[in-house]
Design a binder for this molecule. Structure first.
Ligand code: PGA
Length: 226
């Protein structure tokens, strides 16, 4: 299976979400997606339920989960809240959460354990500096489902960094990462666009897309190109 994941971050209002869904439907009518492609959209959590209810043809997940399981933690979204909603996929450990909220690998693995308890699949983000510790912490849990997302911070489109990783460089890094997570799909994120998506299709099992996923058309072209 190939995973094409839209990370909308804190973008889009309810009208824009509705426009995305309408355009997505129209685009799929012109050419449906191949059956080996799983598209997952990660909206702001306030749109999770309405997107699930919409006629949409993609899986809907969340961008994060609390590392507390419920109770007196104002503002958090916990597994207690999600017991009857159970998102199939939840992103954790994104570099923006590590940067803005000081999230650690220990917290990320705690979140993964809560998600396994809930019955969800964590999509676990990391950059190379996190890899040794994350791989060690994950070691006892490798029989649980997960998708691993390699995202070099400097490649994220809004980081002011270098832009997308050259495919040869990604190939070398993936060869280094794969042995740690041999049974997991391994995906790449960082300035992915329709123009570069196909370059990665022989190297990784999917893509995590930020800015270029905010409009149905550009995300659709990425999903077709990969
Ligand atoms: P980008 O973001 O595609 O805008 O670089 C990717 C991400 O941060 O998940």
């Amino acid at each position: 299976m190939k995973y094409l994941i839209a990370n909308w971050k804190a973008n889009l209002n309810s009208d824009q979400v509705a426009t995305f869904c309408r355009s997505w439907q129209d685009l799929l009518q012109t050419q449906p997606l191949a059956l080996d492609k799983q598209v997952i959209v990660l909206p702001s959590s306030i749109f999770y339920q309405s997107l699930c209810a919409a006629k949409r043809q993609f899986a809907v997940g969340l961008q994060d989960i609390s590392c507390f399981d419920g109770g007196a933690h104002t503002g958090e979204v916990t597994i207690t809240n999600l017991v009857n909603l159970v998102p199939k996929y939840v992103l954790i450990g994104h570099s923006e959460r590590r940067r803005d909220y000081g999230e650690t690998n220990q917290q990320v693995v705690r979140k993964a354990k809560l998600l396994w308890q809930l019955g969800s699949v964590p999509i676990i983000c990391f950059d190379l500096p996190e890899l040794p510790e994350l791989a060690k912490l994950m070691q006892p849990f490798l029989s649980h489902p997960a998708i691993m997302a390699y995202e070099p911070v400097s490649a994220i489109s809004t980081s002011g960094g270098a832009g997308n990783l050259p495919p040869e460089q990604l190939r070398e890094i993936i060869a280094q990462v794969r042995p740690h997570f041999a049974d997991y799909p391994l995906i790449y994120g960082g300035s992915v666009k329709a123009a570069n998506a196909s370059l990665y299709s022989q190297i990784v099992d999917g893509l995590l897309v930020g800015s270029a996923s905010l409009q149905a058309e550009s995300f659709y072209h990425i999903t077709q190109a990969f």
